[in-house]
Design a binder for this molecule. Structure first.
Ligand code: PAF
Length: 280
């Protein structure tokens, strides 16, 4: 497995793969890899001639400087895991390699058609501008046939699908199911920041979400939203930032459960965790 640090080297490597007519799979990540990423990468390896994984903590998608500073980084550990699961190339640039100073400081413009006005977008203004900025750059550089994203970041996946439509990228977006610990906790790089006690508390997030699919059978959308919020807030150490039940494509609020997904953000101590559950 080769670690690539510069855009020039990335371009040469991609060109060589294209000359050999290999199908290219890309898994964009911010590192701190866990079994959730590994499942995306294994799928990518099995479906493509060559697998590129980007490991880049993208500064333009952090609206909170402290969150950016605290984001776990360990390229050597990530590289070992990637090599064990068969990735061919890791692209790990510096922010200066990816962005001009202007790009770093000016919000990237994109017409989200309202997809950025709800949930994560509402709570983290500018976050999805940065995501679209970096993923569109990666798509232009790697020109993948397929790109893999986890459904845990469901809003991100919906936005990337729109970006591909609007900017006419010739890439198949593959959404992959959430990977959970045996306890039910959705795997996330942020879990590394949870103490053992907080991990035990955080298990309640998925427990309540799963239980809500039963509750929803006999209650309305609004009642289910309230129930999930109350159940989670009643647990010591958890504080709900939002729970919304929305359409899986438009991310707009719904009044029935057809094509609905519930998306939650919960603070577990200082750590902000997200999870979701499909009702249909
Ligand atoms: O989901 C992530 O890890 C990031 O948002 C992504 C897609 C790698 C862009 O930086």
């Amino acid at each position: 497995m080769q670690i690539i640090k510069t855009i020039a080297e990335l371009r040469q490597t991609v060109a060589a793969c294209k000359r050999q007519a290999k199908t290219i799979g890309l898994v964009p990540t911010m590192g701190a890899l866990h079994e959730g990423h590994a499942s995306l990468i294994r799928r990518c390896v099995s479906e493509n001639g060559v697998t590129f994984v980007s490991v880049f903590v993208n500064p333009t998608q952090f609206n909170n400087k402290e969150d950016l500073a605290n984001y776990p980084r360990d390229l050597m550990r990530d590289a070992e895991l990637l090599s064990n699961i068969g990735a061919d190339f890791v692209f790990a640039p510096t922010p200066e390699e990816m962005y001009t100073p202007e790009e770093m400081n000016r919000p990237f413009e994109f017409d989200f058609a309202g997809l950025d006005q709800v949930m994560e977008g509402k709570m983290r203004p500018g976050h999805f501008n940065g995501v679209v900025q970096v993923v569109s750059k990666l798509f232009r550089l790697v020109e993948p046939d397929r790109a893999y994203f986890g459904e845990k970041d469901f809003q991100q996946l919906a936005i990337i699908r729109r970006m591909v439509d609007v900017l006419h990228f010739d890439v198949q977006i593959v959404g992959c199911p959430i990977v959970r610990a045996e306890s039910g906790l959705a795997l996330s790089s942020r879990n590394e920041r949870l103490s053992d006690a907080e991990k035990t508390t955080a298990v309640n997030i998925s427990r309540v979400l799963f239980a809500s699919t039963d509750y929803a059978k006999t209650h309305s959308v609004d009642q289910t939203v309230q129930w999930v919020t109350d159940e989670l807030n009643a647990i010591d150490g958890l504080e709900v930032e939002y729970y919304e039940i929305v359409d899986q494509t438009t991310l707009q609020p719904v009044t029935d459960f057809a094509h609905a997904i519930g998306c939650v953000t919960v603070y577990c101590g200082p750590v902000r965790l997200i999870d979701n559950i499909k009702y249909a």
